[in-house]
Design a protein around this ligand. Sequence first.
Ligand SMILES: Nc1ncnc2c1ncn2[C@@H]1O[C@H](COP(=O)(O)OP(=O)(O)O)[C@@H](O)[C@H]1O
Ligand SMILES: [Mg+2]
Length: 391
Amino acid sequence: MVIEEVSKSFGDFKVLNEVSLGIKKGEFFSLLGPSGCGKTTLLRIIAGFESPDYGLVTFDGADVLPLPPNRRQANTVFQNYALFPHLTVFENVAFPLRIKRFPKAEISPRVNEYLKLVQLEGHAHKKPNQLSGGQKQRVAIARALINEPRVLLLDEPLSALDAKLRQHMLIELDQIHDKIGITFIYVTHDQQEALSVSDRIAVMNQGNVLQVGTPHEIYESPATDFVARFIGEINLFDATVTRVNKLDQPLLPAIAPSETTEYMAELETPELGRIKVTTVDEVEPGQKVVFTVRPEKIVISKEKPTTKREDINLFQGTVDEPIYSGFQTKFYIKIAQPAAAADRNTEQKKVLIRVIKQHANYSDEGPDIVWKDDVYLSWSANDGYIVGVKE
Ligand SMILES: Nc1ncnc2c1ncn2[C@@H]1O[C@H](COP(=O)(O)OP(=O)(O)O)[C@@H](O)[C@H]1O
Ligand SMILES: [Mg+2]
């Protein structure tokens, strides 16, 4: 499916701004973004409930915009289930077949096959009000799939369920996707949901697609500071590029394809002083950028790390707040400011860095690091990112 420069306004308000996406056949593709960014509107355009002001939507190369929803072979599962309350589970699922005047003898085996797919075999005779939220959503999924659409559109289908059930249903959805192999387009504002099931994700904000990539790409190399901020926890700093060297040997062979060039850049930040970071984007001395490093990439220790590696960033600080949660501790570390920065700010600004330490085994010193401890923070140039080039 190809979406090309699709734009949509409601009155003066531009909800979608030249959105372009290529979605592969059979892919589990997620549209991820905060509430109001235009996800549902894009889904409704794909489904045919809304038409774009301009742009193109094609399935298998054919323009579908002139087609009404029922001729697009794209069925939608909504958050509120939209079941027929007076019909049984069986009749809800059979409904699309009856509309299509399917031969009576074929309806029952087919409905049972789809009830089995969503694990509702024993519930065929029940009415929707006798079902739990998760079961209702499964009926909706079976009903959307029974016509064998080319695409299943899911608009925040799990948001009405409680957290534990949501996890469970997500795994089931993934299994259903694997079994039937059609394209799923999954809308969510929940980054954990999107990261855990998607083949690829499009991150949206204010009607724009900011980045399309695998969960790993989106998490590990966010294209903009919005993406970095929206996915997971981060530390962000404004910085100025002071030096750039081309690397002969890439440090990230797994992420960077062999033909891309990698650079080691040196940044100056008001809060931390000098930072080393690798980047595949060309940056130049003098450019203003945003630098980010994820909390779990930072190594925290009471002893000074002994490594002599050139690419390690090392800072000293004091534990401002440890938040213990069993499997990990999140620390807020107050950083000792570089001399130059301390000179400039007569009143010392408090710079906090977030660090997350997983507690892997009993010899782990993480839980022993407590409030007011002096600690070292270190991370390699590979673990930070330049996420926004400003000028
Ligand atoms: N029919 C409509 N008329 C006017 N404004 C709308 C309409 N549909 C959506 N909007 C507005 O468009 C924006 C994007 O909505 P939506 O696509 O539902 O976002 P999301 O699904 O990402 O939360 C919101 O500000 C919403 O209020
Ligand atoms: Mg929505």
